[in-house]
Design a protein around this ligand. Structure first.
Ligand code: G16
Ligand code: MG
Length: 215
């Protein structure tokens, strides 16, 4: 039985991937190329800087450091604009109930996200108070699949990595959790999340029937 539960944000608690995609597509369009939803798959769970590299690669562009910094900032402005309209209705099914169930079971709960906007997103969703520790893109140097984000989360929860279980939707995140020495529940497609200990389609699938509201 694990004593700590560490949750990824995008794809596990909320579907911000849609907003990331719209902003990246707008940037690609300004740069003169198309960026499809299929192209966007590779950007999931990956840092902003690395996402831009993948986008430019898809468009066959090679740009200088300063230009890239300006483009990443522009994309982030559009993304943050779209977050301003976000509220608790955008929580993925079962997310709030599952976080509450973890706390009720006495587990310590942490966020382990690549996003530099995670704090604001938790506030907008109204769930910031459900986390004992929040480790996000502002606090780590090495992006997933490096285990840094999850190791830091365990340390802040004052737990050993072996006492923690990670919930992740991206292959890079599953690898990061493995490298941290943690068990991992994949959220999404078992074919993509092959290295997870267990894969379910969403946190709602992990809720006991008794805690699913009947009315
Ligand atoms: C999320 C998304 C990625 C995004 C990254 C950085 O990660 O899945 O697509 O590029 O955060 O986000 P930002 O530009 O807001 O710093 P996660 O780890 O929550 O799945
Ligand atoms: Mg994710």
């Amino acid at each position: 039985q694990s004593r700590g539960a560490i949750f990824d944000l995008d794809g596990v608690i909320v579907d911000t991937a849609r907003y990331h995609y719209l902003a990246w597509r707008r940037l690609a369009s300004e740069l003169g190329f198309e960026f499809s939803l299929a192209d966007n798959e590779r950007l999931k769970g990956v840092s902003r800087a690395r996402s831009l590299e993948l986008l430019l690669e898809a468009g066959g562009l090679s740009l200088g450091v300063e230009k890239k910094a300006a483009l990443a900032e522009k994309k982030n402005r559009w993304y943050v604009e779209s977050l301003a309209r976000m509220d608790g209705s955008e929580l993925l099914p079962g997310a709030r109930d599952y976080l509450l169930a973890q706390r009720a079971a006495g587990r310590r709960v942490a966020l382990g996200s690549a996003s530099k906007n995670a704090g604001m997103i938790l506030q907008r969703l109204g769930i910031a108070g459900l986390f004992d520790a929040v480790i996000d893109g502002t606090r780590v140097t090495n992006a997933k699949p490096d285990p840094e984000v999850f190791l830091l989360a365990a340390r802040e929860l004052a737990l050993a990595p072996a006492d923690c279980v990670v919930f992740e939707d991206a292959a890079a995140g599953v690898e990061a959790a493995r490298r941290a020495g943690m068990r991992v529940v994949g959220i999404g497609d078992a074919a993509i999340l092959r290295d997870a200990d267990l894969v379910v389609s969403g946190l709602d699938r992990l809720l006991p029937a008794a805690s699913v509201p009947t009315a």
